[in-house]
Design a protein around this ligand. Structure first.
Ligand code: ATP
Ligand code: MG
Length: 279
């Protein structure tokens, strides 16, 4: 049995007394070493969930527990050692004058010793392929490079949970794939729980489990294949389905004898191959 790392218990949240509830009675659990994707239409509450997980916000109702510790004003410094977060816009996340200063910053705040800091700077910058930019000023980096450094800074803290809130949104498809590969490698080495908040359907397909948000509520949580089987319902709540899933569905409707559950090119090819050999 895997350890439970994150638990939301009946969490409701609003940004002020006069404001509408943006999260309504949300409950879910996330385990050690799990890869989770959170999806949902714009404004469905995804970023709010991320901010509640490391105590940037606190719920009016319900409870959030990280690594057996309730998230409260008193626990946020401990919580933030466990939960690392990278947002979409890396420019707001830089504080150092060089890349290595920047990676060092989060560690200094957490009292990590100098030798250990140097080791972690080297390790995490090589993990994201930015070792040779150690002495570069962050503002001279491209968007994708900045995002790699932002991820290195968070990984250097050795969090148990890594949340990427549309952190790859500004990268081209190749940059996205590379970053996700890097992060997945680190995840496996360190038993990280990886939470990807994304509109990129390829990233969703690669998660073990998907949490679907709709208007502040948990609409469903299941494996990608089970989620994307609900094609019509997903479209109704403003969500798309992966291109290959849509294509195989169209082929199936047009009478091609395939199982319409393919989620990637290889699976669709396999289906077409089988249907070709039986007709
Ligand atoms: N600081 C804020 N003050 C007031 N309302 C806010 C604030 N931040 C977000 N909201 C509102 O809360 C709701 C949920 O926002 P949130 O950012 O969590 O959505 P999201 O699912 O991350 O959307 P997106 O896909 O666009 O990033 C939205 O209706 C939004 O307008
Ligand atoms: Mg958001």
């Amino acid at each position: 049995m895997r350890n439970k790392i994150v638990e939301f218990r009946n969490v409701s949240f609003r940004y002020g007394e006069e404001q509408p509830w943006v999260l309504k009675n949300c409950s879910f659990e996330i385990y050690e070493n799990e890869a989770i994707a959170i999806i949902g239409h714009n404004g469905s509450g995804k970023s709010t969930i991320a901010k509640l997980m490391n105590g940037l916000l606190f719920p009016q109702e319900g409870e959030i527990i990280i690594n057996n510790r309730p998230v409260t004003q008193d626990s946020i410094w401990e919580i933030r050692k466990d939960v690392g977060m990278v947002f979409q816009n890396p420019d707001n996340q830089f504080v150092g004058t060089t890349v290595q200063d920047d990676v060092a910053f989060g560690m200094e705040n957490r009292g990590i010793e100098r030798d250990e800091m140097v080791r972690r700077i080297n390790d995490t910058l090589s993990a994201v392929g930015m070792q040779e930019y150690r002495l570069t000023e962050p503002h001279k980096l491209s968007g994708g490079q900045k995002q790699r450094v932002a991820i290195a800074s968070v990984l250097a803290i050795f969090p148990q949970v890594l949340i990427l809130d549309e952190a790859t949104a500004m990268l081209d498809p190749r940059g996205r794939t590379e970053i996700m590969k890097t992060v997945t490698n680190v995840q496996e080495k360190r038993n990280l729980s990886l939470i990807t908040i994304t509109h990129d359907l390829q990233e969703v397909v690669e998660a073990e489990r998907v949490i679907v948000m709709n208007a502040g509520e948990v609409w469903d949580e299941a494996a990608p294949r089970d989620i994307f089987a609900k094609k019509a319902e997903l479209r109704k709540i403003g969500l798309d389905i992966p291109f290959v899933a849509a294509l195989s569905d169209e082929l199936w409707k047009a009478g091609v004898p395939i199982n319409n559950e393919a989620l990637n090119h290889e699976e669709l090819l396999e289906e077409l191959w089988i249907s070709h050999s039986i007709t």
